[in-house]
Design a protein around this ligand. Sequence first.
Ligand code: ZN
Length: 240
Amino acid sequence: MFDLIAARAPGLWRGLNHARLAVEVPLLRGGAVYRGSPTSGAVALTFDDGPDPRWTPRILDALAEADARATFFFLATAMAAHPALTREVAARHEIGTHLHDHSLAPMRSPAAFAAELARVLPIHAQLLGQRPTRLRFPHGHAGRIGPAELREHGLTAYHWTFSSEDSRAFDGAVVAARVRLRLAPGAIVLLHDGRGPGSTQGPGHREATIAALPAILAAIKERGLAAVTLAELAARSQPR
Ligand SMILES: [Zn+2]
């Protein structure tokens, strides 16, 4: 999907490839960050499609229990529906945007993307007093939106190193085992705390994610890693 950007803008892609020689490892793919540095000593758990009062508070509890922080890519529709919960998450964790309602239409053109942000940003401003700087495209699909558009709107796109595949899961033990197997320093892990319209196939709830989380957090600790926000992972991934 992000390779589409590379195909459409080969010069830009070469520029990115050149730029990343400055860091120890490639952190970008098609203009989206998909991992942190293996020397970061940390992993970033990311939760998409919330907030949802059925599941987000229980995820907050599990994170607090492990003294962990995370990044939530919220849908603006769900933020507007649950303002208190949105603020509760923001008090300790990082909030990025997963755009308005999980539609793929905004990525069909830069103009559509700008129009989408014009709907999304006021909701962030009203509830949190600031605009998001991190974006996860719905379904990770960048469409026709490349680094130039992202820069124009002050956004960095984040993909993931690997997915927990919790969308399709019924069994938390399976999700935890999958994450444990692929856990490595610098990893950005895709999880979900909500269910956006058209966002998932599967059981339609997040019980597997919630059941998996204590084991995932324990595995992170066992490896001597910290569970951090994407902002902190980025800071820890700067070349020294
Ligand atoms: Zn999503």
